[in-house]
Every structure is written in C-alpha cells, then in structure tokens.
Design a protein around this ligand. Structure first.
Ligand SMILES: [Fe+2]
Ligand SMILES: [Fe+2]
Length: 137
C-alpha cells in the first residue's frame, strides 16, 4: 500500500505508543509524498533521517516498556526481530540511497508502509494487550 492515514481504530491503548505511531505514520507519509512529487535530495535526505531517528526512538520506548517482562512476553524475541528487519530491509535501503548506493523505489516505500501498518496492528497491539493486562501501562 502506498500510504495510510493513522486513525483511532489503530490505538493500542497505551497513550505514548499511540502518539508515536501517529507521528511516525505522518513522517512516513510525508516522505512518500515528497518522493512522489520529485522533491530534491536534500528534502528526501532530511525526511529519511527523520524516519530513522524517530523509529529508533519509538522502538526504544517499546523496549523500555517491555523490559521488565521480556521473560514472560511470548513474542518478545520475534518482536525484536521484526524491529531489526525494519532497519535492515527498509531503513537500510533508504540510508543506502543517501550514500548513492541504492535508489528509492515505489516498491521500497510500499514495503516500508506495509511493514509499519502490519507491525502496529499486529505484534504491537499484542504487546500492548499484555502490558495493559499486567497493569504495566
Ligand atoms: Fe510500535
Ligand atoms: Fe514494535
């Protein structure tokens, strides 16, 4: 999918997570439209750094929330693996573009959006249900 608009049906119930999900969705959409509109490299570069920095910050927030429960959370390891995949498969290629090693393609941006949509509506939701049930969030 090219883009999606974040809406409250995507809420996990943990306010800090939901706020960050909404913001990263918006940054990813801005990158997508900038690319489709043929914006110059400096604009794309700024947005790619923003996606990278925000994703690092957001994943760190989730790891913090999960840290006390990592032995109990059934999906902890696969959740970490999904975050690593996001950096190697999506953000890694965007950073390669900045180093003139790869092109941005619509397929890459579709992959980025699909991954993000499926992640926040899949394993992040399960994580939030677990933490809310534990009274941890
Ligand atoms: Fe998340
Ligand atoms: Fe996550």
């Amino acid at each position: 999918m090219a883009t999606f608009e974040w809406n409250s049906s995507m809420n996990t119930g943990i306010a800090v997570i939901d706020k960050q999900h909404a913001e990263l969705t918006q940054i990813i959409n801005t990158l997508y439209y900038a690319y489709m509109n043929g914006e110059e490299d400096s604009v794309l570069s700024t947005l790619i750094h923003k996606v990278n920095d925000y994703a690092h910050m957001h994943f760190a927030t989730e790891v913090d929330l999960m840290s006390a429960y990592r032995d109990e959370l059934p999906d902890y390891e696969s959740h970490m693996e999904q975050h690593r995949e996001f950096f190697s498969n999506a953000i890694g290629f965007l950073l390669d573009y900045l180093n003139n090693k790869a092109d941005i393609t619509p397929e890459l941006l579709d992959y980025l959006t699909d991954w993000w949509f499926n992640h926040i509506n899949g394993i992040d939701r399960k994580m939030a249900e677990f933490l809310i049930n534990k009274g941890a969030a």
